[in-house]
Design a protein around this ligand. Sequence first.
Ligand SMILES: *Cc1c(COP(=O)(O)O)cnc(C)c1O
Length: 392
Amino acid sequence: MNTSILPTYNRAPLAFERGEGSWLFTKNGDGYLDMGAGIAVNALGHSNSELVEALTSQANKLWHVSNLYEIPEQQRLAELMVDTTFADNVFFTNSGTESCELAVKMVRKFWHEKGQGERVEIITFDGSFHGRSSAGIAAAGSEKLTKGFGPMLPGFVHLPWSNHDAIEAAINEKTAAILIEPIQGEGGIRLLPDQCLKGLRDLCDKHDILLAVDEVQCGIGRTGRLFAHEWSGIEPDIAMVAKGIGGGFPLGAVLAKTRAASGMTAGTHGSTYGGNPLACSVGIKVLEIVNTPEFLNSVTKKSGLITQGLLGLIDKYPDIFEEIRGTGLMLGIKCKCPNLDFVQEGYEKAILTVPASDNVVRLLPALNITIEEINEALSRLEQTANSLRIAK
Ligand SMILES: *Cc1c(COP(=O)(O)O)cnc(C)c1O
């Protein structure tokens, strides 16, 4: 155990030397099937040759200049996003947390500029996750994230997940926005039904407040559309992006409509690294690959295969598994055994999964996982369940 690192992480005693697609290899050459993809980050798997080419060719030209100057790669990536989404403007960050920070600032500035500076409250939901910054933990509000870190940044109203009447009742003259993950990731793959997101959009329109969606985990093709909110047919005012967009290179973004972004004028926000040439070169390639109908449809097709297999496993192992949640390649298995036991036993079967709240095990594989690899994953999940049953 390396005690020189601040001990904030509960790490598995595993270290990998290289990766290839959906596989990770230790120094000894042992292969692990990676169904977590670095927590939904390695959207195109490990060492994807097109991403390696995008990164290395940029690395040989220019790494970083800061936002004192124009960055053509940033411009191009922003245009790609604006052309195919609800957004008119993009700001680039280095992480999901930074994207959430900007979303909060953007909402507050919007109302300030409108002369309604008293509108500072953002409605958020139980079980949500918006990063570990002071605003991020205050937004989520759970004891797990906030305990000992007070005083909390004020201005967040926490409501139960997916209770439309409670939301409408909570809206008042101080309400600035609703902030929601279309699918809660850390919260345990809790999916907001499409009609609920539509209902939230209607509510925001009715009361003239902003709708911000945190798509850090569920965005960038993970649900079979570029963004999860697209399934409901609505357009948000603001969307937070990170994880998959960089394919493993740190990159995030805030997408916004012109109106929602109108307070963010020159000098109101910034980032030294945000949207640097290396990150954006990779981001462009990720979007070019992911944002095609063929690629997105393949995600849906693979989701069907894996879901079918998982339902079979529930039938076979009702003592281990309770239910399957999620959509696309953002799936959760709610366990009857402790989820951490399942993840740990998976290491013995050389399959990597990710725990979440609510006793859920997450499957967030690379979006280009193959059908053979899906079958292999199902087989290893079954072996894992079998060992746990025998151990009982
Ligand atoms: C991971 C995550 C974040 C935080 O992203 P970081 O890159 O870890 O800062 C925020 N929101 C959601 C929904 C996430 O899944």
